[in-house]
Design a protein around this ligand. Structure first.
Ligand SMILES: Nc1ncnc2c1ncn2[C@@H]1O[C@H](COP(=O)(O)OP(=O)(O)OP(=O)(O)O)[C@@H](O)[C@H]1O
Ligand SMILES: [Mg+2]
Length: 445
């Protein structure tokens, strides 16, 4: 007997060790084969209790065949004198079978009468604690249905390296909480705001963009209001770099002139934007990276007022009209608030791409993410300082996601800038008046 117990204990230890090793060395397959089935069974088996605890049940009158009161789940008083009687029962929302995802599972729930997806969002944290998981996100694909997407562990604690970005103006800069790639696609969302406290990962995201865009046929322009310390190392791949407000103002004048020129080219060709032009006529797209945006708007004394007004108007014009003419903005800053002046508020309205890294105050999150779901603002404030690069991203589908950028060191971005320096069009070539040339050519002919 004792020997048999010993053998059983030994076998259990071996199995447990093997499972632990499997989990350690190949977590995804372990999750699909062992973790997910156990989780699915547990979730289905405990759904009534969990829904009841999280306030997602409704009371209904039902006729129950009662012989043993414990057999029915009721919060009402059950008398066992009659076999059939009307009792109050807690009805749970109908739940489908949970389906596995890379980092957890997803399950569709039918809402009960009177329930809205907001009720499930409000209970998301309670659900996460009841199931012992990292987070529960709620979405509603159609009325009456709610999808609960569960992530078991925070998938953003450790992420891989920056993959290549072969599509023009589209860079995979990180990973979303869902496990999907986090893409910044300037052709879909032309202008972006990237906010966050100091050391939250803003410049890292700009580095990721530089590495992704460097091999592509695009002109990169840097506005580095930190005196040039951030972008100067990437100068070989930058067609133009401005490091002070005066230089920015001049460069913005060039951009506005460039826009007017492209506008004329498109009008002459009967095109609405540069993408409708023939391939050989299409001008090179320009991506403008701005670091420390607030510096463009800060006024030390009144003498700067005119320069600020000039810069602010030009930047706003680029934001308003740039998309059609292949000029895209990526603005980084610690605070992008209305206290900086009306120019910044108008600019914010033009930037539909929003990235909010860790912030210290709720105002910055609100200013960056606008009137997204309040849960997004809470999430932005809850980003821990130990995970720089984690951000809340307003997605192209109108939803918000937690995401983390791939770590891209300054050295990596510098190497990419040097390696692809031969692709850098000179600023003179980018801004050369194409319409003027055509007209001149015609005259010569
Ligand atoms: N995705 C990431 N993964 C790992 N480390 C990161 C990530 N993003 C940033 N970091 C690290 O966090 C630190 C701060 O990043 P970064 O310089 O991008 O912050 P910042 O928001 O630009 O700060 P500042 O406002 O001071 O310029 C850097 O040391 C960087 O290496
Ligand atoms: Mg920075």
């Amino acid at each position: 007997m004792f020997e048999r117990l010993l053998w059983l204990a030994l076998a259990a230890t071996v199995v447990a060790t093997l499972l632990l090793c499997w989990r350690r060395w190949h977590r995804p397959s372990f999750w699909f084969v062992v973790g997910y089935p156990l989780a699915a069974i547990t979730v289905r088996a405990t759904w009534r209790k969990v829904a009841l605890g999280c306030g997602l049940t409704k009371k209904r009158q039902r006729f129950w065949f009662t012989t043993v009161p414990g057999l029915i789940s009721s919060t009402g008083t059950v008398r066992v004198r009659r076999r059939f009687q009307r009792v109050t029962v807690d009805t749970k929302p109908w739940m489908w079978l949970p389906l596995p995802t890379r980092h957890g599972w997803r399950v569709t729930v039918h809402t009960l009468e009177g329930q809205v997806p907001g009720d499930y969002s409000a209970a998301a944290e309670r659900l996460a604690h009841s199931w012992g998981v990292h987070a529960v996100r709620v979405s509603s694909p159609r009325p009456g249905r709610v999808v609960l997407a569960v992530t078991v562990r925070d998938p953003l604690v450790r992420i891989d390296d920056l993959p290549p970005s072969p599509d023009l103006l589209k860079v995979t800069v990180g990973r979303l909480e869902t496990g999907h790639p986090w893409e910044i696609d300037f052709r879909t969302v032309p202008h972006w705001l990237n906010a966050g406290a100091t050391q939250s990962g803003k410049s890292n995201l700009a580095n990721a963009l530089i590495v992704g865009l460097a091999p592509q046929p695009v002109a990169l322009v840097g506005f580095d209001l930190k005196g040039g310390v951030e972008f100067t190392p990437y100068a070989p791949r930058l067609s133009a770099l401005a490091t002070s407000r005066t230089e920015c103002a001049d460069l913005l004048d060039d951009l506005v002139a460039l826009m007017a020129d492209r506008m004329e080219t498109c009008r002459d060709a009967g095109a609405r934007n540069i993408w409708q032009l023939d391939d050989h006529d299409r001008p090179v797209p320009v991506v403008v990276l701005v670091d420390e945006l607030a510096e463009l708007y800060l006024m030390a004394d009144k003498s700067e007022k005119d320069e600020i007004a000039r810069t602010s108007t030009a930047l706003l014009r680029v934001a308003q009209l740039g998309r059609a003419f292949g000029i895209y903005l990526f603005c980084c800053g610690q605070r992008i608030g209305s206290d900086l002046g009306p120019g910044v508020t108008a600019l914010r309205a033009q930037c539909s791409g929003r990235v909010c890294h860790r912030v210290n105050d709720p105002e910055t999150a609100t200013m960056t993410l606008g009137d997204l779901d309040p849960a997004a603002l809470v999430s932005a404030r809850a980003i821990p300082a130990e995970t720089p690069g984690v951000a809340i991203v307003a997605g192209q589908d109108g939803q918000w996601y937690r995401a983390r950028s791939f770590y891209v060191s300054e050295a990596t971005a510098e190497y990419a800038a040097q390696r692809h320096a031969y692709l850098t069009p000179s600023w003179a070539a980018v801004t050369a008046p194409r319409v003027g040339d055509t007209v001149r050519d015609l005259h010569v002919a």
